[in-house]
Design a binder for this molecule. Structure first.
Ligand code: UD1
Ligand code: UDP
Length: 357
């Protein structure tokens, strides 16, 4: 029996191809939702859009400090595992839900399968980097999206025969949903956006938005971006960022359209039709690469170096000058790179490896 543990927006989106396939294969599985994300537009909307089954277990942990949140998920998943006795626990990515779910499982001698293993930013100040490293080292199966991520794990001493290169399930997810999304392009009309003639922005990384100076700089940069290119800027705001904007009393430049987080289908439409995307999100760096839309990453490092290598993405500091320079470079290039994240069969490879492993 397989337990699928998830808890945040990107985990739901990236686990969805695996859950769909488990259902298709009539496998013995169940879902545990930690409740790390709980607002409708960060959680339920994705279950509805992606037609995922309601999780059998919901831990309802909500927000809190790292220690508090991780501890609640640890004890919550432990009692579910003790009761249900799964053979394998699957976690995806690098959130507190992933770390806690994996730790609960490994202490009960249950095999952990880490989907999207081996990513490294080499920046240990990021909570996600700690979560990734620890989860990889607790895992029996490491599903690495690329050869590069596989090598990261092996270089840390993880036995090579535990690491499988599967591609990233985000490719499966984009392929399975892009057409449905493109058939529902109403969001472009709603915000008066023309194909290829607007910028899309997302930002939620703790290092960026929990720092008043950096967040203020980002907003200033967006104002400068509009002045330079005279194109609309649309910014679906993550709840963490919304909270910080209010707390720091930062004014949003009048030419930036702030909207609530969108569902996955509408977000795919926004991404696929943007002239360029500015982001600090991991998933968005991958999706823009897959969709052939240039990306500027508002960070000094990335655990997705493949996007930089193929030329779909560039890193930048947070000052207006740095951001404008990065945008200019990316607008000059042609979007003719190849997608390094696999062929859209990552879910299939992942489940086949568990069966044969
Ligand atoms: C978490 C992950 C991050 C991931 C992101 C995806 C960790 C350490 N961080 O960051 O790696 O990229 O999810 O989006 O696991 N909030 C709501 N509604 C919600 C969820 C959060 O209002 O449904 C607000 C709360 O004020 C909360 C804040 O957002 O305190 C941050 O939420 P949290 O889950 O702690 O971290 P994220 O920034 O979402
Ligand atoms: N996303 C979404 N609506 C939004 C912003 C993002 O559906 O308003 C999706 C996006 O397509 C991607 C995922 O959320 O698949 C990325 O999540 P996030 O940026 O929160 O986390 P990260 O990938 O950085 O962990």
């Amino acid at each position: 029996m397989i337990a699928v543990v998830l808890g945040t927006r990107p985990e739901i989106i990236k686990m969805s191809p695996i859950i769909r396939l488990l259902r298709e294969r009539r496998a013995d599985y169940f879902i545990v939702h930690s409740g790390q994300h709980y607002s409708y537009d960060m959680d339920k909307i994705f279950f509805e859009e992606l037609r995922l089954p309601v999780p059998e277990f919901h831990l309802d942990v909500g927000s809190g400090s790292h220690g508090e949140q991780t501890a609640k998920i640890l004890t919550g998943t432990e009692s579910v595992f003790l009761q249900e006795k799964p053979d394998t626990v699957l976690v995806q990515g690098d959130t507190n839900t992933v770390l806690a779910g994996a730790l609960a499982a490994v202490k009960l001698h249950i095999d952990v399968g880490h989907v999207e293993a081996g990513l490294r930013s080499h920046d240990r100040r990021m909570p996600e980097e700690i979560n990734r490293i620890l989860t990889d080292h607790m895992s029996e199966y490491l599903f690495a999206p690329t050869r590069e991520s596989r090598d990261n794990a092996v270089q840390e001493g993880i036995p090579a025969d535990k690491v499988y290169v599967t591609g990233n399930t985000i490719v499966d997810s984009v392929q399975q949903n892009l057409q449905i999304a493109e058939d529902n392009r109403g969001i472009l009309d709603r915000y008066c956006l023309e194909r290829g003639k607007y910028f899309l922005v997302t930002a939620h990384r703790q290092e960026n938005v929990d720092d008043r100076f950096r967040l203020r700089n980002l907003l200033k940069a967006l104002e400068a971006l509009h002045e330079e290119y005279l194109m609309p800027i649309v910014f679906p705001v993550h709840p963490r960022t919304k909270r910080r904007m209010q707390e720091y009393q930062l004014e949003v430049p009048h030419n930036v359209t702030i909207i609530p987080p969108t569902g996955f289908l509408e977000f795919l439409v926004l991404e696929a039709n943007a002239r360029l995307v500015l982001t600090d999100s991991g998933g968005v760096q991958e999706e823009t690469c897959i969709l052939k839309v240039p990306c500027v990453t508002l960070r000094e490092n990335t655990e997705r170096p493949e996007t930089i290598e193929v030329g779909s993405n560039i890193l930048t500091g947070i000052t207006p000058k740095e951001i404008l320079q990065a945008v200019e470079i990316m607008l000059e290039g042609e979007a003719n790179w190849t997608n390094p994240f696999g062929d859209g069969r990552a879910a299939q490879h992942t489940l086949d490896f568990i069966r044969n492993g």
